[in-house]
Design a protein around this ligand. Structure first.
Ligand code: SF4
Length: 710
């Protein structure tokens, strides 16, 4: 009897968080049979979290997918199915008309950290190299741009210096504004194992909520939302006062310490305690543990970044490493944890208004000239581009005529939903390139381009430790859905044929490998240089970190104490104190913060398809401290109205003593569909960090009252 052939198995990467776990996908050629952890992948060595383990359950559900391209003949008419050829022609025509009539900056691209590097690269080449606009940004703006600015201001480049192996080498791990247990569960497992192997390791967690991550902490610091700079400044002040700083490292490898030191004098533990709500004794203990450990690693994420002072928070935390020399050695360094699976890759290709390929900047004429030369075009646009919030503000003001949205749901996920929805209504042509049909943005789409989803795509992603992995297609896309990069290339070739026929060839690629090869070449000579990397090498040697010298990727950065700044020295930044934009008041006395749940991802387009995941939290809730509930004569389960000057939402309240009094919490995942029209982002503010342009999604002043339903 013939043995049945083994089911095909494909190595790929989990499509959720920035940990970037390797997976093995088993299929029967038509559907996914199993998803297991890849035991050889250096990010996870076979481990998967609840989301990764259930990835297979998100596939094979055509009823959840967009299967055919559609067009809406007019704003008030229903969408109609159309052929790809026709729809691609229409997209190209709408872009060309807008460019001719209103100029290139009437076009905007709003992308996603869910896209693969190859998708991102071609979108960026289309925007900058053909449309000639810098109006290209991404939902990574909502996620990691504070970390980008923090790194660049202090270390000179957007490059996380540490790696996952550092958990095992650290003597102290300082976690600030990151709920790793929920948002990066496999990394949290590595931390748990390191702590179990080395019980003397100190873990400090600073967070407004006593999260599951804090359950592992030897010291928990209940910092008030938005006040981390006071905490970090006071810790550095203690280190200076108690002679715990590394004067030799500061003298040899840094600049600007004297100016910052003068600033820090006002941040005594007592004064800082008044600002940040952490007890002064705990500030002193945290400073001592951080400085006296043989190696200290800091992990941080949205709790630092999603504030109007997010860049300051990042820089102030990095100062602690520069002042103690806890950088560039095993177990030490500042380590931003990327939220999305490929927010790092998006930064590498320059798929944001403030970036160009290869960690270059559009405001630098030499950088523009370098990219123009690589792309064989005379010049790149020099007009400043619009970041995410600015792009939707411009759209609401009627200045964006064509808005192409790919892999993200701004109607739900951007702050100040009222303005975002006005913007989407105002734009002449909204193009939505998307895989799932649950996106609330689809209601505003004039053109829908059905995209392939995981595991139907070929490409690469870069995870939090700068490691590039291959994403491999295990199945063909359903219906007429297509890979994102192929859609972009097809539109670009049509648009080039209309506007600049000599540029058609710039968008001709045989496969994703060819796109990667062109992208990798743009990194040559830059801090992230992986110009020697190819799909072939990734096949032979597996996932690789950047920079990559042709043989091996670099595990950690700055081991020689040299930084990519003009002087070669890292920079202390003189950071003045400021806090959140939305101040609490008698009218709005509660500090509302937001975050993720363990088993959901973003707007739940995939995780809501898996019953095992929805069971963890079946409905949105407002969490408040029991004393706050008592004061308002509310009980768990009561329906409340949460309101502020921007909007109001209705949902049940629940008592939660992991919060401090005066702070409330709502998970970020539910939109208007679950909450009767308005999602959580009806309340959040579009005020941005002036440096990173990241909106303050983590804090809004609100009032809570019993709901009176009509
Ligand atoms: Fe996927 Fe992140 Fe879980 Fe790893 S930790 S399995 S990348 S969601």
């Amino acid at each position: 009897m013939n043995a049945r052939p083994a089911p095909p198995e494909v190595s790929s990467v989990c499509c959720y968080c920035g940990t970037g776990c390797g997976v093995e996908i088993t299929t029967d050629g038509h559907r996914v049979l199993a998803v297991t952890g890849d035991g050889t992948h250096p990010a996870n060595f076979g481990r998967l979290c609840s989301k990764g383990r259930t990835l297979g359950d998100t596939t094979g559900r055509p009823s959840a997918r967009l299967l055919r391209p559609t067009l809406r003949p007019a704003k008030d008419e229903p969408a109609q199915e159309a052929s790809w050829e026709h729809v691609l022609d229409v997209v190209s025509t709408r872009l060309a008309d807008a460019i001719r009539q209103h100029g290139p900056d009437s076009v905007g691209f709003y992308l996603s950290g869910q896209l693969l590097t190859e998708d991102y690269y071609l979108f960026n080449k289309l925007a900058r190299g053909l449309v000639a606009t810098n109006n290209i940004d991404s939902n990574s703006r909502l996620c990691m741009s504070g970390a980008v600015t923090g790194y660049k201001q202090t270390l000179g480049a957007d490059a996380p210096p540490a790696c996952y192996d550092d958990f095992a080498h650290a003597g102290c791990v300082f976690i600030a504004g990151a709920n790793m247990a929920y948002a990066h569960p496999v990394l949290f497992r590595r931390l748990e194992e390191a702590k179990a192997a080395k019980p003397e390791m100190k873990i400090i967690v600073a967070d407004p909520r006593r999260t599951d991550t804090a359950s592992l902490a030897d010291l928990y610091l209940p910092v008030l939302p938005g006040t981390d700079v006071a905490l970090f400044h006071a810790m550095l002040n203690v280190m200076i006062w108690e002679e715990l700083i590394d004067r030799d490292y500061i003298a040899a490898h840094t600049e600007g310490f004297a100016a910052l030191r003068a600033r820090l004098r006002e941040f005594t533990p007592r004064a800082a305690s008044e600002l940040c709500g952490v007890h002064e004794d705990d500030i002193v203990t945290a400073a001592r543990w951080f400085a006296q450990s043989p190696a200290t690693l800091s992990c941080y994420a949205m709790g630092l970044n999603q504030y109007s002072n997010g860049s300051d928070k990042n820089a102030a935390l990095i100062h602690l490493h520069l002042a103690t020399g806890h950088i560039g050695k095993p177990g030490a360094g500042p380590f931003s944890l990327t939220g999305q699976p490929n927010a790092m890759g998006g930064r590498e290709v320059g798929g944001m208004a403030t970036l160009l390929p290869g960690h270059r900047e559009p405001g630098d004429a030499a950088h523009r000239a370098e990219v123009a030369a690589l792309w064989h075009i005379p010049a790149l646009p020099s007009n400043p581009g619009l970041s995410a919030i600015e792009m939707f503000e411009a759209a609401a003001a009627g200045r964006i005529k064509v808005l192409w949205i790919a892999g993200t749901d701004p109607a739900q996920s951007l702050p100040e939903q009222a303005l975002v929805r006005t913007a989407l209504e105002k734009v002449d042509c909204v193009i939505v390139q998307e895989a799932f049909n649950s996106s609330e943005t689809l209601a505003y789409a004039d053109i829908v381009l059905p995209a392939a989803a995981w595991p139907e795509k070929d490409g690469t992603v870069t995870n939090s430790e700068r490691r590039i992995s291959r994403v491999r297609a295990a199945l063909p896309p359903p219906g007429a859905a297509r890979e994102d990069w192929r859609i972009v290339a097809a539109v670009a070739q049509r648009l080039a044929a209309t506007l600049m026929p000599e540029r058609v060839a710039l968008f001709e690629f045989a496969d994703a490998a060819a796109v990667f090869a062109e992208h990798a070449a743009t990194t040559a000579g830059r801090d992230l240089d992986y110009s020697a990397l190819s799909y072939e090498l990734l096949e032979q040697r597996g996932p690789q970190q950047w920079p990559f010298d042709g043989k091996i990727g670099r595990t950690r950065l700055y081991e020689d104490g040299m930084f990519p700044t003009a002087s070669g020295k890292a920079q202390f930044v003189d950071i003045a104190w400021r806090t959140v934009s939305d101040k609490v008041s008698a009218h709005f006395p509660l500090r509302l913060t937001t975050g993720r749940l363990r088993d959901h991802w973003h707007t739940m387009s995939r995780t809501a398809l898996v019953p095992a995941l929805t069971r963890h939290a079946e409905e949105p809730q407002l969490a408040m401290h029991p004393r706050d509930l008592q004061r308002q004569r509310l009980g768990s389960g009561d329906l409340v109205k949460v309101r502020n000057k921007r909007g109001a939402i209705y949902l049940p309240v629940v008592a939660d003593d992991t919060l401090r009094p005066g702070v409330a919490f709502i998970a970020m995942h539910w939109g208007g569909a679950a909450l009767g029209g308005q999602g959580i982002n009806a309340l959040t503010t579009r005020v941005i960090d002036p440096q990173s342009r990241q909106p303050e999604l983590k804090h809004a002043a609100v009032a809570v009252e019993p709901a009176r339903l009509p």
